[in-house]
Structure formats: structure tokens, C-alpha cells
Design a protein around this ligand. Structure first.
Ligand code: GAL
Length: 420
């Protein structure tokens, strides 16, 4: 209760500070563009800065104001943004994920239709149809994608596996549990986890691995119940996986989560592929000998995707400049500047594959392989609307603490119906 009140108070204070600093910034000049994201970490910050510089180059005299709020997966940024949108004080453009995460903004009139911009820029032909579908609501397109990320990955250091006598990463979650026994016997933790959103990210990959892609999709479409035997078995597995993780002393965010893998105190971490730029740029590790990744157990051949996009808010102070920013985001040059630094692959299908090396070359090859099955991420906005996602967050927080799987399943099942 007090924790919740404190969080609300903190958000209000931060919003006030942001509001005041924006006021000061706004007072300074009209020729500036405020862009809101949660990219403050290594790699993502540099990627954003590269696009910002290019934007300033093509719009002389305009200053790019970086209004990023730190916290993985937008854990803080989204809450502060919500209060700004409520107060009709939007930034000129803000980050959202492709998929159902956009729905509230569209329904409440917070973002503008970009279909014309798509036509003028010829973007219908250069973005994958499945991605455009995830940006379209009632036949209108509402956001411009800069990248594609993959969520279902298990990261590790080959050296740690060798030291432990493990021949390779596990191909199924059952195999993972077997390895976990060996790992425990050697005094290490099998799986590092971080804050709540990373635990939800883990849940989606266990569901995917245990249910398979078809049933995973059906669960989000309400065609399979959380109370079905298949989902119950998958939740059993999730509980077992958590039990061999360091959830009781969970890391503060995804970078410290990965630090445990790098130090060798933990062997694996499930995380999205923004991990590659962190390990390369901050930890100086090289793919595939210094660090490596495999599809999370049971999900080989499946690409659990998400995409970072930018929007044109209703009431943006400089919609003209915001459109120029969106053009930067959707352009070949913008995507090629951004993605190699960010550790993601381009959303455009015509981007130069030669720019994407090491891990990113593998990711691009998998993404473009027609045999790859593409599904959408839960923790990163694709398959569940914000209300449903928030209900899953609360229920999962309790499940992780009290282990009451039945209660979690019943709540998730009821909330699916409540929130559609
Ligand atoms: C995701 C986002 C990524 C990266 C990650 C970690 O939600 O799409 O770009 O920022 O969170 O913060």
C-alpha cells in the first residue's frame, strides 16, 4: 500500500520536474523538438543520439531535445508519459511499441493518423506487412517503426558453460532444469532475473517454449484459457524455472541482471536482444566466443518480436518538426545509423544487411528467413493491450511472491475478458 503511494508520489514529483524543465526549455526557443523515450542505457542512447544528429543536420537551426526517462522496457517512462498525456502536455513525439500497446492512445485520441505520411514516403512498400498490421487500427496507421527486436533469447558466456562441463545451452525447459541441478551443485545460480518486467518477459518465453507458437498465439487471442491443462503445465514449469533463479535477490534492471552472467555468478539470462549492444559496448565481449545466445528453450525457429516506434501526438507543439523526426525514423539512413548501435535490426526490408555484424547478422538472417515463425511479445506491447498487461503485472507480482499459480491463472483468465 505504502509502496504504491510512494510510487505515485514519485511519479507526480518527477512529472512536475519534467514539466518545469520543459517549461524552461520551451521558453528558450521555438525551434526545437522534444522526443520522449526510455533510451538512456549504453547502445540505445548512442543510437538515439546518432539519429538526433542526423535530424539536426537535415533541419538546420532546430534543436533536438532528448526527454528520455531511464528504466528498462519503459518501466518509469510509460507512467510519467501517461500523466503528461492526461494533462494534455505531450512531447512532440514519443516511443511506443508496435501492437496493442498503441490501442489506448488511438482510442483516446492521443495520437494522429500517419497514413498520409506513409503514402508520401512510400513506406507501405518498405515495411513488412505484418508489422504495418500491428501499427494499424481501424484502417489507419499510427506510428513509425525504427527497428525489430527479438525477445526469446537465452544469453550466456561460452566460457562459463565450458567451466561447468555443459555442452551447450538447453533446448527445452526440462533440459534447462536438469542443467540447473548440475549448476547448483557447483555453487552457481542457473538463471539471473531482474525487476518485475523481466519476470514477465521470462513468463512469455516459458509460455512460448512450453505451449509452442500456435497455442501461445491462441492464449493472447482468448482462444485458449489460462485455466486449460496446457497453460497450467506451462505455469508449473514457470514456477520451477523461477525456483532455480535468483528472483529472491532480483537485480535492479536488465543490465545488472546481465552483469551476473558476465561475472559468472549466474549462468543464463532470458532477455531481449538489446543485450548484444550492452555486452559488446560496455562489457567488451565479442560474439560468439565471448558471449552467445540461443533461442530460449523450446522456441527454436520462432521469432518473438517487438518493434520500437515513434508517434505524432495530438497537441504536439511542433507537428511539422515531429513529422520530420518521423521521416528520420523511417528512413534508410536513420535506421542504419540507429540500429547497429542500438543492437536491433532495421524495420525496413530494404536496409543494407552488410551493416549488421556478429549477433545482428544472425538476427537479421533469422528474421528474413521465410521458415521463421513470427509471434508477438507480451512484455513489450505486441499481444496485449495496456489494461490487460497491467492486470497481468499485478497478478504476476503476487504469483512470484506467494507461488499461488491457480490464483494467477484465474485472475489472468478473468482479466482477459474484463479488458477487451
Ligand atoms: C524494450 C524496448 C527496447 C529496450 C528494452 C530495454 O521495451 O523495446 O528498445 O529499450 O525495452 O529497455
Amino acid at each position: 500500500m505504502w509502496k504504491g503511494r510512494f510510487a505515485i508520489l514519485a511519479i507526480v514529483v518527477v512529472s512536475l520536474i519534467c514539466g518545469l524543465s520543459m517549461f524552461a526549455v520551451r521558453g528558450a526557443s521555438n525551434d526545437q523538438l522534444e522526443v520522449y523515450s526510455w533510451w538512456t542505457g549504453p547502445g540505445e542512447e548512442e543510437g538515439l543520439a546518432a539519429m538526433a544528429k542526423s535530424f539536426e543536420g537535415t533541419n538546420p537551426g532546430v534543436r533536438f531535445v532528448n526527454a528520455a526517462v531511464s528504466g528498462g522496457a519503459g518501466s518509469n517512462a510509460k507512467a510519467i508519459l501517461a500523466s503528461r498525456l492526461l494533462a494534455n502536455d505531450p512531447p512532440d513525439s514519443y516511443q511506443r511499441h508496435a501492437g496493442l500497446e498503441l490501442l489506448d492512445d488511438v482510442r483516446s485520441g492521443k495520437v494522429q493518423d500517419l497514413t498520409d505520411l506513409y503514402r508520401r514516403q512510400g513506406w507501405m512498400k518498405v515495411f513488412p506487412k505484418g508489422l504495418i498490421d500491428n501499427l494499424t487500427i481501424d484502417d489507419k496507421i499510427y506510428a513509425v517503426p525504427v527497428n525489430i527486436h527479438r525477445a526469446n533469447l537465452l544469453w550466456y558466456l561460452p566460457k562459463t558453460l565450458q567451466d561447468l562441463g555443459l555442452s551447450g545451452p538447453p533446448k527445452t525447459w526440462s533440459e534447462f532444469l536438469q542443467q540447473a541441478e548440475q549448476i547448483k551443485a557447483k555453487g552457481k545460480v542457473a538463471l539471473a532475473v531482474g525487476p518485475e518486467w523481466t519476470q514477465k518477459h521470462l513468463l512469455e518465453t516459458v509460455l512460448l517454449g512450453e505451449l509452442g507458437a500456435d497455442k501461445y498465439e491462441k492464449l493472447w487471442e482468448g482462444q485458449i484459457s489460462w485455466l486449460s491443462p496446457d497453460v497450467s503445465r506451462a505455469l508449473d514449469m514457470y514456477a520451477k524455472v523461477l525456483a532455480v533463479s535468483d528472483v529472491k535477490s532480483a537485480a535492479g534492471d536488465w543490465q545488472p541482471q546481465l552483469d551476473r552472467v558476465v561475472s559468472g555468478s549466474a549462468v543464463y539470462a532470458v532477455m531481449g536482444d538489446w543485450t548484444s549492444s550492452y555486452l559488446e559496448q560496455t562489457k567488451n565481449l565479442r560474439w560468439p566466443t565471448g558471449y552467445s545466445a540461443a533461442a530460449s528453450p523450446g522456441s527454436d525457429g520462432v521469432y518473438d518480436f517487438l518493434s520500437d516506434t515513434f508517434t505524432l501526438p495530438t497537441g504536439a507543439r511542433r507537428p511539422d518538426l515531429a513529422k520530420q523526426w518521423l521521416i528520420e525514423c523511417g528512413s534508410t539512413d536513420g535506421q542504419n545509423l540507429f540500429n547497429p548501435l542500438k543492437g536491433s535490426i532495421p524495420a525496413r526490408t530494404d536496409a543494407d544487411a552488410g551493416l549488421y555484424k556478429d549477433y545482428l547478422a544472425w538476427a537479421l538472417q533469422q528474421w528474413r528467413d521465410p521458415k521463421t515463425r513470427i509471434v508477438g511479445s507480451l512484455a513489450h506491447g505486441v499481444v496485449a493491450n495496456n489494461a490487460y498487461n497491467a492486470e497481468i503485472d499485478s497478478a504476476l507480482g503476487l504469483f512470484v511472491q506467494d507461488g499461488d499459480q491457480g490464483k494467477f491463472a484465474r485472475t489472468a483468465d478473468a482479466q482477459y475478458r474484463e479488458t477487451q
